[in-house]
Each structure stands twice: as structure tokens, then as C-alpha cells.
Design a protein. Structure first.
Length: 388
């Protein structure tokens, strides 16, 4: 094979990420230009809001209180904490005093022995919820008063099995928070919208899952996945497997950013991507062709010229900025993202290094403990043998 053909083959391969970026742009345009769905405005069944709690997140009280300010006729707020020493308990007591008109209950412990304590708590929360319709929400989520009406209304359609939402970082206090937020908009959400375009929504996002106890029971409930990671993704997939649609709402909730260091951000991202490697090994390998920055840098390094630099680095950055603007600015109305575009290459470089590192990682760290993933289940690592 002549050197010219080798050059053309390499440059063609290095351009593959641009095809992915083009699909992402088209997918974002289709997703966010859809007319708003006409939900049944009068569909307001009683709802149980379920919150598994472990410790205190930043601004936890205001997060909890936002769920007590819902413009909704009948709902309960049900917490499950680890024990009576949980530091969140005094905040919940304060919540009960400030909102005496709200039905707020607290459960202590999951009553189960499971690797994934959050999911074990959800199993108990679902079993003790008073109502058929449930909204599952992480502890760091903050919502507006129209939240419940918005995420419950689509369930009036019998074809909809669950509703999930985008989420936005609130009160970004540090450079690391801003970097994580840019990565979420430019990378994570781009992948989600491409998945919507190509295969439909067969997953859910942890900050909000609105569904029914019947839909959960049909796949065995949370107890059937209490020893597995990525419970939010699994719940969406298992509901979709029943033949129902999972509605990805354009309505965003907010989460309070709390990344203390680049190391912490990298560990969390690494944990997530290692789980994805085990759940979707071929899809995980295929991510190689979605990382445009290393391919563009390699093209410029091997064939240095102004034309190659403009074609690869210029097109890479322009398309990444366009994707981020379409999702964050146009789709989710976060106009401050124009000032953060310069962080995209830094995020992309970090994301690529994490993807490479994921192939060597044998364990994940989850809430202070180390686990192997064996057969899709979390298996505790014996003391001292886990990778750091």
C-alpha cells in the first residue's frame, strides 16, 4: 500500500468523529424542535415522591423544601434514611415543622442486605408508598412548583411507562463544577439525544423517574436489581422492554454541584464509564470514534500543515461548540454557556483519558466501598485488594 493511500485512510478514519458530531447536531435539532406534547392537563393522580437518603448534600434543606412547594393537589414525600443517626434527619424534622400541611414520612433502613444500598432503600420506599404513581428523585435535586404536574402528566397516555428529565447544575461554585457542567451538556447529553434519535429512549436519568408501581413490579421491582449498578439506566431499560415508551422530557430539574477536585470528578466519571463498559462492551469500544480531539491532534501531528490544522482542529472545535450551543443555549435556555465554550477541549481531553483508563480498571468505588462487576452485579472487593 502506497504512503498516499495510508495517509488518505488515516485522515478518513480521523474524520469519523465528525460524522458522529453531525448526527448529534441533527438529533439535537430534531429533539428540541418537536412541538410540546399535549398532556392531559387534568391528570393529577395522587403521587408518592420517593427519596433514598444517605448523609447531607450541599443545600440539602432547600432541595427538600422545593418538593414541599409543589402546585399539586395530593402527594406525599417519603424519605428513607440509613438509621436514626443519619445527619439528614434533623433537616427532615425541620421540614415537617415548616410544612405541616404536607404528608412527610421517614423510613429507617432498607431492611435488606444488598450491595447497592440506594436501590435497597428504593425497594422499601416503593413497597411502603401509599399511591400507585411514584416519582423517584435523587437527594441533590431541586425543582420548581410545576415539577410534579409536568413529570406526571405524560403518564395519562397508556403507552408511556416512565418519564425522565434533563438536569442542570445549580450554583457552580468552582472551576471543577463548571468543567463538569460543560461535559454534561457537550458530551453526556449529546450522547443521550443521539440514542433517542437512533434507538429511542431505553434508559432513565436518576434525578427524576416518574412511573407507577405496576410498571416497576412487572420487572420484579427494585429488589430485582438491588445488587446491580446503574439502577436508573436499568429501570428505564426494563420498563421499555415491557413495550412502553420512556418519555425524555425537555423540562429540566436542577442539581446542586459539589465537586471538590478534578480527582473526584475523574473518579466519578471513571466509575460510570467502567459500568458502561461492562453493560455495553461493544458500544463502549465504539466510543473511540466519538472522541474528535485526539483524532484531530493525531492528524495534525502526523501531517502538519495549516490546511490539516484548519480542517481537523477547526472543524472539531466548531462542531463541538455548535452541539453545546444547541443543547445548552437553544434547547435548555442556559445562555451562560457561551462563556464556557473554551472548556470543551479540556473536558474532551480528560474524557478521552478516562475512556482509555477504563479498559485497565477492574473495580469501581461506590459510596466509599470497592466492588467488582461480575455478571452485571456488584461484588464487594476483599479488603486491600481493590485498585485505587
Amino acid at each position: 500500500m502506497s504512503m498516499k493511500i495510508v495517509t488518505l485512510v488515516f485522515l478518513g478514519t480521523a474524520a469519523i468523529p465528525f460524522i458522529y458530531y453531525g448526527i448529534a447536531l441533527f438529533s439535537c435539532w430534531r429533539f428540541f424542535r418537536r412541538p410540546a406534547r399535549k398532556d392531559a392537563a387534568g391528570f393529577t393522580p395522587p403521587v408518592s415522591i420517593l427519596k433514598p437518603i444517605r448523609g447531607i448534600d450541599p443545600d440539602a434543606y432547600e432541595n427538600f423544601a422545593s418538593f414541599c412547594r409543589q402546585d399539586y393537589p395530593d402527594y406525599e414525600l417519603l424519605f428513607c434514611v440509613s438509621d436514626r443517626e443519619d445527619p439528614a434527619l434533623p433537616l427532615i424534622d425541620d421540614l415537617m415543622r415548616e410544612f405541616p400541611e404536607r404528608r412527610i414520612r421517614v423510613l429507617f433502613g432498607s431492611g435488606r442486605d444488598a450491595s447497592n444500598d440506594k436501590v435497597a432503600k428504593l425497594a422499601r420506599l416503593v413497597s411502603e408508598a401509599d399511591y400507585e404513581h411514584v416519582v423517584i428523585s435523587d437527594s441533590d435535586v431541586r425543582v420548581r412548583p410545576d415539577y410534579l404536574r409536568t413529570v406526571v402528566a405524560p403518564l395519562a397516555d397508556p403507552k408511556i411507562g416512565a418519564v425522565t428529565c434533563f438536569y442542570l447544575s445549580l450554583e457552580e461554585r468552582s472551576f471543577v463544577d463548571r468543567l463538569q457542567s460543560v461535559g454534561m451538556m457537550s458530551d453526556f447529553y449529546a450522547g443521550i439525544v443521539v440514542a433517542w434519535q437512533l434507538d429511542g429512549v431505553k434508559f432513565a436519568l436518576g434525578p427524576t423517574i416518574s412511573t407507577t408501581r405496576e410498571r416497576l413490579a412487572a420487572f420484579g421491582g427494585y429488589q430485582s436489581i438491588e445488587n446491580r449498578p446503574a439502577d436508573d439506566l436499568l429501570v428505564g431499560r426494563l420498563i421499555a422492554d415491557q413495550g412502553y415508551e420512556v418519555e425524555l422530557s425537555r423540562y429540566p430539574v436542577e442539581t446542586v454541584a459539589d465537586y471538590q477536585s478534578i480527582r473526584e470528578l475523574m473518579h466519578k466519571r471513571l466509575r460510570w464509564i467502567v459500568v458502561m463498559r461492562h453493560m455495553r462492551p461493544w458500544g463502549h469500544f465504539g466510543l473511540l470514534f466519538t472522541h474528535g480531539l485526539p483524532w484531530a491532534l493525531a492528524a495534525v501531528a502526523l501531517y502538519p500543515s495549516l490546511a490539516i490544522a484548519a480542517a481537523y482542529l477547526g472543524v472539531y472545535f466548531a462542531m463541538r461548540c455548535a452541539i453545546t450551543a444547541m443543547i445548552a443555549v437553544w434547547g435548555l435556555k442556559q445562555h451562560s454557556y457561551w462563556r464556557k465554550m473554551g472548556l470543551i477541549p479540556l473536558w474532551d481531553a480528560m474524557a478521552f483519558l478516562i475512556w482509555v483508563a477504563s479498559f485497565a480498571r477492574r473495580s469501581i468505588r461506590w459510596r466509599g466501598s470497592d466492588y467488582y462487576i461480575r455478571g452485571g452485579a456488584l461484588v464487594p472487593v476483599s479488603s486491600g485488594s481493590a485498585e485505587e
